[in-house]
Design a protein around this ligand. Structure first.
Ligand code: ADP
Ligand code: MG
Length: 402
């Protein structure tokens, strides 16, 4: 038996994912009139995709943890936790420009369902997620979205200052990510890190702490949405590096910096996105973020061009000893942020085809800017964390900042 899931990209019909259950395969077939932008760099318009790319691309739109997928299945009454079944239920609001409406529906079919998200309902979602990280949905709420990652989260649409649950016709504009209670200070630290990234010259979305009906959570504006004159957001296509490289979610820690840079170079003649990627990597290393794996970097796809997406999910994991502090992407063999020297960055440039002098200069600027703000950037963190950050930053940037 074959099943189909139609795909709309930035509002235009793009083609369909086809699952052949007997063969156990998923493929994507572009429509003749599909937009010029590819669904993924791993699914080029000329059809030269690797065998597993389409199925992996879809899987990467879902939460990383199986327990969150199980919860999604039980709340949505999906037939299984397979990617096709889950996305048929939640494919209304996804990362990037895609909408996967059920059956033959068009994304506009959902326009009638403008569902206000009441303060109490938002606060209830936050309270629940602080305690149970896999309960991404609530059966009482109409929200049908999906995002990747292992932290709990949900999406909201801001329309003229009021919150609504998102759907295929109402794209979310914000992501709310309540941190697990055990990671004290994680929300403040992510706000601080994203703000600092912006200050040191890295493209960064606006993030803050949402306070609503007595609850608090990290909230960030989506960089894959632009709001039009009618106050309703439009989707802009992006994909993460696991998707772009045709990797499975489970391989997110196996992707190397060199693989990412070489992929970007193949699609970006002036290599701008490659240098931007190294600058984000350098920022993550300078602040002590070991968890910057392939799904924490994304690429914006435009007709005929690409660029690196703004930074996200950047926080100093070294503050919490329970995190594995091995760098998710090593810097030329350096495994820990405090080991990384300028020679490691120079070698990464040499081995991945970037200009060594330019990388050394750009990396130094980032490290220096992070070091210069070590006393101020983390001031809103609780307890002794500002002082610990000062020490950690000194250790991580000492070898590189001038
Ligand atoms: N500001 C943003 N704009 C658009 N997409 C985002 C933004 N932040 C995160 N995402 C998307 O949501 C996914 C999950 O967010 P992330 O912060 O990485 O969560 P987690 O901490 O669970 O990994 C990301 O992989 C990315 O696709
Ligand atoms: Mg993430």
């Amino acid at each position: 038996m074959t099943r189909r899931l139609s795909a709309w990209l930035e509002g235009v019909y793009a083609g369909e994912f086809i699952e052949d259950e007997r063969a156990g395969s998923i493929t994507f077939l572009y429509d003749d009139n599909a937009p010029q932008t590819p669904i993924s760099l791993s699914l080029p318009r000329d059809g030269a995709a690797t065998r597993k790319a389409a199925g992996r691309f879809l899987g990467n739109l879902l939460p990383d943890r199986q327990a969150a997928r199980e919860w999604m299945k039980s709340v949505t009454h999906a037939a299984s936790t397979g990617t096709f079944d889950l996305l048929a239920a939640v494919g209304g609001d996804l990362a990037g420009g895609l909408v996967l409406p059920p059956g033959d529906e068009t994304p506009e079919a959902a326009i009638g369902d403008l569902d206000p998200a009441e303060d109490d309902a938002i606060a209830f979602r936050i309270r629940t997620l602080h305690l149970d990280t896999d309960r991404w949905y609530d059966s009482a709420e109409p929200a049908r979205f999906s995002l990747a990652g292992s932290q709990p989260k949900f999406a909201l649409a801001d329309i003229d200052g009021d919150w609504y649950w998102s759907n295929a016709a109402i794209p979310s504009t914000h992501i709310v990510k309540p941190a697990a209670n055990v990671n004290v200070g994680a929300e403040e630290a992510e706000v601080a890190a994203i703000a600092l990234a912006g200050l040191v010259g890295i493209a960064a979305p606006r993030a803050s702490i949402l306070t609503i009906a007595g609850e608090q959570a990290y909230i960030v504006e989506r960089f894959d949405r632009v709001t039009g004159a009618d106050s309703i957001a439009r989707r802009v296509h992006v994909e993460d590096m696991a998707q772009a490289l045709g990797k499975d979610t489970s391989e997110k820690y196996d992707v190397t910096a060199r693989q990412v840079i070489e992929l970007l170079a193949a699609h970006d003649a002036d290599l701008r996105s490659g240098y931007d990627f190294v600058r984000q990597m350098a920022f993550n290393s300078a602040i002590g973020n070991a968890d910057a794996h392939a799904k924490n970097y994304s690429v914006l796809l435009r007709p005929g061009s690409i660029s690196l997406a703004p930074i996200y999910d950047s926080l100093p994991t070294r503050l919490w000893p329970s995190y594995d502090q091995t760098l998710a992407m090593r810097v030329s063999g350096a495994d820990f942020s405090q080991e990384v020297s300028i020679d490691h960055w120079a070698k990464l440039a040499r081995t991945s085809g970037l200009d060594q002098d330019r990388v050394v200069e750009e990396v130094r600027v980032i490290y220096q800017a992070v070091a210069d703000r070590a006393d101020t950037a983390w001031a809103d963190l609780p307890d002794d964390q500002p002082a610990r950050m000062r020490d950690l930053i000194r250790e991580q940037t000492g070898k590189i900042a001038r």
